[in-house]
Write a protein that binds this ligand. Sequence first.
Ligand SMILES: [Zn+2]
Length: 310
Amino acid sequence: MEGNYLQLVELISESSGNSVEDIKRRVEAKQAKLSGLISKEGAAQVVAAELGVNFDKQMIKISQIVPGMKKINLIGKIIDLFPVREFNKNGRSGRVASFVLADDTSNIRVVLWDENHIDLIVKGQIIKSGIVEINNATIKNGELHLGSFSEIKNSNHVIKSVVLEKATVNKKILDFNTNDNVSARAFIVSIFEPRFFEVCPNCKKKVNELSECAEHGKVVPEKRVLLNFIIDDGSDSIRAVMFSEQVGKLIGKTEIESPELFAVKKQELLGEELIISGQVRKNRMFNNNEFIVDDIKEVEVDKLIEELEK
Ligand SMILES: [Zn+2]
């Protein structure tokens, strides 16, 4: 969400009538005055307030949401609706509902805490594929949260196209929720032995010991590998699961197949810091979350700096 700075500047420019260049200059001046104690997004919000731009009454696009924004108003389409969950945490109990809201710029997970809002879902008044208007929501850990001061209602608004591709947000492991598509910067603290299995080349399903696929009969199976490891980012740790393609990015084919070479490589990888993206899934057997990895990247300092400067 750090990349949204420019979108925010454009929004302030549109609403205030000042040029984009002028807004950028004001933001930089504000940041300089505060000796860099404030992020660009934060400074932009101060500038917006000074120019009388009030986001409270304005509809914004999902891609324009930046950390720290309050009283967010938007319209979107519910592209995924999750079952209402009951929770009992630190003596507080209640229900929580969530869905993924999309517009033509992006999509975001929305979390509902208010009983009245949750009832709208339970009673089928707010449904998957429905268009809703949300008012007075808050951004928290890359998710939109609706409390008792927020509003949600069905809208007649027409949304021509929505962004369905999963938007990945950067999160601390401590803040991971089931079904999140997230990216975390974390250290590998433990690696388990690789597990090998064979799949049918046609349908990619597991074959039996006789190399037979339930659907395609006797086949020449493809070898696959699964690697479990633990990552830790200082906030918490989680077990991550990586399949063949991703394993290949980290460990060579000969290294994974030879126990001796694997042991050496393992020592090299322990303590390595990576940017890991994937989906948080509930492991039904252990009733805890695990992280299914779909991409890994090395932490490149140059890129991080570039990202911060955006
Ligand atoms: Zn098959």
